[in-house]
Ligand binder design. Structure first.
Ligand SMILES: Cc1cc2nc3c(=O)[nH]c(=O)nc-3n(C[C@H](O)[C@H](O)[C@H](O)COP(=O)(O)OP(=O)(O)OC[C@H]3O[C@@H](n4cnc5c(N)ncnc54)[C@H](O)[C@@H]3O)c2cc1C
Length: 442
């Protein structure tokens, strides 16, 4: 989206219409601002404001809702499936291009753990974040109404696997939301809930440095969150999470945030990839060894020209992705005009992470912040970064209103099954019954 935004300004508006046609292929007609997903799960930001509608911000681009399934760069063609090709049953279609920008990001890095594919949920999309919020509140309703202590225990046990940004922020925000929500239950108390963070290495949040990582562990433990370092999830079959330290936790909630891997589309191209599967890029964001192909973001292995260590590459995060996108767009315009290309150089300025309302950690330009100042910085930074003035204004309004009124504690899980009630009324069987499964499968 950021590349297309800049390209449409450079190529379409500055030089007049007709010079170039920009096509954006995307499975969803919106861009997701992922750093806001934990706050969306906590109910501090509504889901609509975490996403940016591409058709609105890219009026000079052709937005095609679909997926690129393969790229033959030697022939300058991409294979696409779209809603229309599915409907018509015509199969994928070929689309020719002059310049290719490949930025499909990353997908969850899963392991062959029994039960994982059936019972766990990821935390990369707005659907997952909202589904998880609804699921957590639904578990509290189940715990409140059951007479079976085993069902109650499993409903109130929440296991998060992976102590990076996504896992720590999602757990921090959801636990905070659930603890607040217990005040509206007559028989669910904060101490009845078990929140567990499982991390295979000996630290969490490597992005904020070792000191703040240790502080985050102690802060989460102070909130009664069970942080298990040097521990792995071995199984979650039959709704029991089995950890490598021998612990068995009956649970209905396993959230998998144990890292990402490059998008599988990259393997369906004839473009060079590194040993980790990312596209090999030059500091100018072209793909190595070919012409007219560009990449940025999580899918691209870009040399970090600001690092002292030889062979260092930029980390897969939004800070680099957004800045790379802008340089990439400029370089496409430069190359079309025969001008020299710019080198991508950005020194990592640090990280901010929220651990719930008014709690956070931040390391910015070497300065370490904890608690409220870090949380405030987290909000200020992401507000400045979320695309479009429209979204900034809406998010700010929501934060302001939520400071004045009580927090939202409603679960709208039935939104995921809008036809269920009508099917019952019409005498049929609901086709996709809610099962309390975080993935919504029956
Ligand atoms: C919960 C969470 C919190 C995070 N917090 C932070 C943070 O605080 N700070 C930070 O710096 N980073 C953070 N990150 C990481 C950051 O969001 C990513 O590094 C960044 O989004 C990568 O950008 P990208 O453009 O490469 O990929 P993405 O943002 O994933 O975009 C890729 C796009 O390509 C589309 N796509 C995928 N496959 C295809 C296909 N076959 N055809 C067409 N389109 C396709 C996808 O639908 C998607 O829209 C967070 C990530 C998560 C999940």
């Amino acid at each position: 989206m950021y590349t297309a935004l800049r390209l449409q300004r450079k190529l379409k508006q500055e030089l007049g219409r007709g010079e170039a046609e920009i096509t954006v292929v995307t499975p969803d007609p919106y861009m997701t601002y992922q750093p806001f997903l934990p706050e969306a799960a906590a109910g501090s930001i509504s889901p609509r404001h975490v996403v940016v509608p591409l058709r609105r911000v890219l009026p000079h681009c052709r937005v095609v809702v679909g997926e690129v399934t393969a790229v033959d760069h030697a022939k300058r063609t991409a294979t696409l499936t779209t809603l229309a090709t599915d409907e018509e049953g015509t199969g994928p279609r070929q689309s020719a291009y002059d310049e290719l920008v490949l930025a499909p990001g990353s997908v969850s890095r899963t392991l062959p753990i029994p039960g994982l594919a059936d019972h766990a949920i990821g935390f990369k999309t707005v659907e997952e974040a909202i589904g998880l919020r609804n699921h957590v509140i639904e578990q509290m309703d189940i715990a409140s109404s059951t007479r079976d202590p085993a069902i109650r225990d499993a409903a109130l046990t929440f296991v998060f696997v992976g102590g990076g940004y996504a896992g720590v922020e999602a757990l921090g925000e959801l636990e905070d939301m659930a603890r607040y929500t217990t005040r509206y239950y007559h028989n669910v108390k904060p101490e009845d809930m078990k929140w567990i963070l499982v991390e295979a290495s000996d630290r969490i949040l490597p992005e904020v440095g070792a000191d703040l990582g240790r502080y985050t562990v102690s802060e989460l433990r102070r909130r009664n969150i069970d942080v298990r370092l040097n521990t792995r999830l071995e199984s979650c079959a039959d709704r029991v999470a089995v950890l490598s330290d021998g612990t068995r936790l009956p649970t209905r909630t396993v959230v998998w945030t144990a890292g990402v891997r490059p998008h599988p589309l990259l393997a369906a191209t004839d473009l060079p990839r590194d040993e980790r599967g990312r596209l090999k890029c030059t500091p100018e964001l072209t793909i190595e060894g070919v012409t007219h192909a560009w990449a940025a973001g999580d899918a691209a292995a870009v040399p970090d020209v600001t690092a002292d260590a030889p062979g260092a590459q930029t980390a897969p995060n939004a800070q680099h992705a957004v800045r790379q996108a802008k340089v990439l767009a400029d370089n496409i315009a430069h190359s079309l005009r025969g001008e020299p290309l710019r080198t991508y150089a950005h020194k990592y300025v640090g990280s901010v992470a929220s651990l719930g309302l008014h709690q956070g950690v931040a390391q910015v330009y070497g300065r370490k912040l904890k608690g409220y100042p870090a949380w405030f910085m987290h909000r200020a930074y992401h507000l400045s970064r979320v695309p479009t003035f429209n979204r900034k204004a809406r998010v700010l309004a929501e934060w302001t209103l939520s400071g004045l009124f009580k927090r939202e504690i409603v679960s709208l899980g039935s939104l995921e099954h809008p036809r269920a009630e009508f099917e019952l009324a019409a005498g049929g069987k609901p086709s996709d019954e809610s099962s309390g499964d975080p993935k919504g499968s029956s």
